[in-house]
Ligand binder design. Structure first.
Ligand code: PMP
Length: 455
């Protein structure tokens, strides 16, 4: 099939695609993608780009990974769909394999189609199982675009002005860099940065207590009878700008929520599947086991697929009515997702994320020391944020026009990065996990040069 020209693409985009997708053309000179392989994207002129965004953390093991492609092609030849009315191997094999990666009693899998849908279902579960209605999540968090998850999301950029679902309350973001109490000031690692988030090696963080107190105040002032259905966190905020919380916060917050009758949900849509290096699921780094885990994006390397995993006890509560999902758990998605788990294991990608991500964060920190407009470098494994500021003292966000120019220059230099944070001033790096050291080294050089140009 003949590819459409840029002119034809633009014409259709304006006439037939929704306006948000037009705004979503992030670059001044749009990138017209022809194909992608592993960690690289190629435009129609054949120019190669290093994909440091991974389609927003979605391409987990590499674009068109041969083993994953093969699983898809093989499955497509045999069975596309059975709506789970008839028994079929892919969904069963996958459920067992996925459940084996999760700790504790997290053994029951609900396959769905997107992260929003997974979080919708988690909200429903929390309400049914507790008999409570109110849900608490973090300010600046992103959990999806459905009416329910728009309520759950604590980030006004992503909220339409029509009323979305009610019963959601947002507690203060325990942000180690920009928060009121910043973060763990006794961090021995880099005291000038105040806090190392989940990389911190200190045993006690006083700011965590203060942020938990804010959560406590939601129970005091807002919730009737202090009862809650559920508490949602991203174990590191993604869209919000790779925000890490002070050490101990998540554990204490979970305890408080459970004391008030709620279940705890970890949204692992961006942080799961080994990307953060130390654990397969990043909630494990916080020393907690949630009651419900939601996952999407990297689960199937870009194929539409998502899941909710919970305990048999919680799942049992949902049997009062039928639960059905036409495409959830379709054989194609499950075959692909199964191959993704195999590849992560066979290619030791979790370990690779730890080694290469730690190296990258370390080297980016050197750039932070050299360049005045780099305020913070944070993250874990291959989920990294670089917060750009006007000055390191004030931490005021680098203005949007400067960010856009840097973004464009990085692209022209062959690097596709993401942007996030409430003020859009955090560059996000979440490459396919197959990225190699030589890619990282050349990316670091380009980043250093481009940042210095704007400092
Ligand atoms: N949760 C998180 C943490 C996300 O980053 C996203 C997507 N950016 C979602 C949920 C929603 O996923 P989807 O776009 O597949 O609905």
């Amino acid at each position: 099939r003949q590819a459409l020209s840029v002119e034809e693409l633009n014409k259709i985009r304006v006439a037939n695609l929704h306006p948000s997708i037009r705004k979503g053309t992030h670059f001044k000179e749009p990138l017209v993608v022809k194909n992608a392989y592993m960690q690289y994207i190629y435009d129609t002129s054949g120019k190669r780009y290093l994909d440091l965004l991974g389609g927003i953390v979605t391409v987990s093991v590499g674009h068109c990974h041969p083993k994953v492609n093969d699983a898809l092609f093989q499955q497509a030849k045999n069975l596309w769909h059975s709506a789970n009315i008839h028994l079929n191997s892919p969904v069963h094999e996958y459920a067992a394999k996925l459940a084996a990666t999760l700790p504790g009693d997290l053994k029951v899998v609900y396959p769905v189609n997107s992260g929003s849908e997974a979080n919708d279902l988690a909200v429903l579960m929390a309400r049914v199982v507790t008999g409570n209605f109110d849900i608490i999540s973090l300010r600046n968090g992103y959990h999806g675009m459905s009416p329910i998850t728009m309520g759950l999301t604590g980030h006004s950029t992503w909220k339409q002005t029509a009323p979305h679902y009610f019963g959601f309350h947002h507690t203060m973001l325990p942000d180690c860099y920009n928060g009121l109490w910043a973060g763990c000031r006794d961090s021995p690692v880099q005291p000038d940065r105040k806090c190392e988030g989940s990389n911190c090696t200190s045993t006690h963080c006083t700011s965590a207590d203060k942020y938990v107190q804010q959560l406590q105040e939601i129970f005091m002032y807002t919730l009737p009878q202090k009862k809650v259905a559920g508490f949602f966190i991203e174990s590191i905020q993604g869209v919000g700008g790779v925000v890490q919380y002070p050490k101990g916060y998540v554990k204490k917050a979970f305890e408080l929520v459970r004391q008030n009758g709620g279940v705890c949900v970890s949204d692992e849509v961006q942080t799961g599947f080994g990307r953060t290096g130390d654990s397969f699921w990043h909630f494990q780094d916080h020393g907690v086991i949630p009651d419900i885990v939601t996952m999407a994006k990297g689960i199937a390397n870009g194929f539409p697929m998502a899941a909710v995993v919970t305990t048999p006890k919680i799942a049992e509560c949902l049997t009062g009515a039928a639960h059905f999902n036409t495409f959830g758990g379709n054989p194609m998605g499950c075959a692909v997702a199964s191959a993704v788990l195999d590849v992560i294991q066979e290619e030791k990608l979790q370990e690779h994320c730890k080694t290469l991500g730690t190296y990258m964060i370390h080297e980016l920190n050197k750039i932070r020391e050299e360049v005045p407009i780099v305020g913070d470098v944070r993250g874990k494994g291959l989920m990294i944020g670089i917060e750009m500021v006007k000055s390191k003292e004030t931490r005021e966000a680098l203005p949007a026009d400067k960010m856009a120019e840097i973004f464009e220059d990085l692209k022209n230099g062959g690097l596709i990065v993401g942007r996030g944070g409430f003020f859009g001033n955090t560059f996000r790096l979440s490459p396919p996990m197959c990225i190699q050291k030589q890619d990282v080294d050349s990316a670091l050089e380009t980043i250093r040069q481009v940042f210095k140009k704007y400092a």
